[in-house]
Ligand binder design. Structure first.
Ligand SMILES: Cc1ncc(C[n+]2csc(CCOP(=O)(O)OP(=O)(O)O)c2C)c(N)n1
Ligand SMILES: [Mg+2]
Length: 190
């Protein structure tokens, strides 16, 4: 599965739920698949999308949203790995954390991450998070559907290939991106 295919499946399954998306090619490719106000594009803040999604999912606990999604890279997750412990402690029921695991830092030249050496799903389970490995598009669609009603926090480790799709850069002002996302959430809560 390519990153683009994984993102297409995620957008198809959760077109209106809040999605916090990690930096680099993942943000660019998501914007190319569906540029949407319910997406918070976290430009450059490696290691932080999961922490942002944790806070957001706690704040949205009583909202009509089925889930609050985070789309992470393996490298970015590893950089903010301690957040998994806090997620296990606080147990945000709406949090669905999707780790797009290509085993490399694709954005900076393809250096290997520690992902191949460790079992991310086992770490998540050790923290009290429901977790599963997803290896193909069919399993991804099935798991995304299961997660709609399954109580969070849930982590899906989604194996993707190493390629980056040829899509335009996303060079918008982060303040405007953040404000657009905030307004989307506020409008749903009225
Ligand atoms: C704190 C910090 N360190 C380094 C970078 C440079 N950087 C941007 S994206 C990236 C790789 C991210 O890897 P991963 O999360 O696995 O995503 P992938 O590129 O593989 O999709 C790096 C090292 C950064 N933006 N911020
Ligand atoms: Mg990676």
């Amino acid at each position: 599965m390519t990153r683009l295919e994984a993102l297409e499946a995620i957008v198809a399954a959760y077109p209106r739920e809040p999605i916090v998306v990690t930096l680099g090619a993942t943000a660019r490719e998501l914007a190319a698949v569906a540029r949407s106000d319910n997406h918070l594009y976290v430009l450059d803040s490696m290691g932080l999308p999961t922490a942002i999604g944790l806070g957001l999912s706690l704040g949205l606990d009583d909202s009509p949203f089925e889930k609050c999604l985070v789309i992470e890279g393996d490298g970015s997750l590893l950089m903010g790995f301690s957040t998994l412990a806090t997620i296990g402690l606080l147990k945000p029921a709406k949090l669905l954390l999707l780790v797009l695991d290509n085993g490399i830092y694709a954005a900076t030249g393809g250096q290997k991450t520690a992902s191949a050496a460790i079992d991310v799903s086992a770490v998540a389970r050790g923290c009290g998070i429901d977790a599963a490995d997803v290896d193909d598009a069919q399993s991804l669609a099935r798991e995304l559907d299961r997660c709609r009603t399954a109580p969070g926090p849930i982590l899906l480790r989604v194996r993707i290939g190493p390629e980056n799709a040829k899509v335009p850069y996303l060079l918008e002002d982060p303040v405007i991106l953040g404000e657009t996302f905030r307004r989307y959430l506020a409008a749903q809560r009225r």
